[in-house]
Design a protein around this ligand. Sequence first.
Ligand SMILES: NC(=O)c1ccc[n+]([C@@H]2O[C@H](COP(=O)([O-])OP(=O)(O)OC[C@H]3O[C@@H](n4cnc5c(N)ncnc54)[C@H](OP(=O)(O)O)[C@@H]3O)[C@@H](O)[C@H]2O)c1
Length: 233
Amino acid sequence: MELGLEGKTAVVTGASRGIGLATVRALVAEGVRVVGGARTVGPELAGSGAVAVRADLGTAEGVESFMARALEALGGVDLLVNNVGAGDHLTLDGFLDVDDARWRAVLDLNLMSAVRVSRLAMPSLIERRGAVVNVSSVNGRMPGAGPVAYSAAKAALTAFGKSLAEEFGPRGVRVNTVSPGVIRSSIWDGPDSFGRRAAAAAGVEDYDAFLRELPGLFAITAGRVGEPGEVAA
Ligand SMILES: NC(=O)c1ccc[n+]([C@@H]2O[C@H](COP(=O)([O-])OP(=O)(O)OC[C@H]3O[C@@H](n4cnc5c(N)ncnc54)[C@H](OP(=O)(O)O)[C@@H]3O)[C@@H](O)[C@H]2O)c1
């Protein structure tokens, strides 16, 4: 699809797989110059046409070095996609088993990464009348019992996006939040995925059957699990 993005620049966090990688690919296909960040750079990101930057975006230092590299490579940011999230601390432990250190790690990755990256990108976004897309979650609007810290972090991210839109909209920066439901990514796929661990904890033996039943169990309107490319689009 021709979106008039040819020659624009974009920064995508959490870019090595899943929704982030699909977003990188969609933008590159539109002629956008992209910097994508993650802790690991596999063949998919390396071969995507984006400049791949290794960084731990759950830390302030990681975000600083990532954004320094991004601004150096691109010269400025037209589009920021704050996608990084979920990460290593996504579990269904009950509230009483989640200590401060885990709360902090979850908030650092799911909320503070977007806060920190946006702060560093904002001067350039204002200058270029750019746009921000935050990838939140249905959990931010309709939390279940868990993952408790993740849902709270995503609710805060959604509120953060609205505040940015209110403050910077009048200065030409558009800010939107996308809140996906269940999307087929490493959160659900793979032997040690969150989905497989959650299913095992609930006593589910046949994970593939569970995945097939998921759209019914979660009342997913589309009747199926979504694909990363659909969120990217
Ligand atoms: N899939 C779903 O069902 C779903 C539903 C609602 C919302 N979401 C949201 O969508 C976003 C993308 O999720 P996804 O499903 O695509 O997950 P994913 O497949 O697990 O991808 C996560 C990405 O973030 C990177 N990442 C994780 N921790 C990082 C860190 N500390 N520093 C830098 N990069 C890090 C990962 O790369 P490395 O491990 O190499 O660092 C990977 O590229 C997340 O914000 C998630 O909360 C997903």
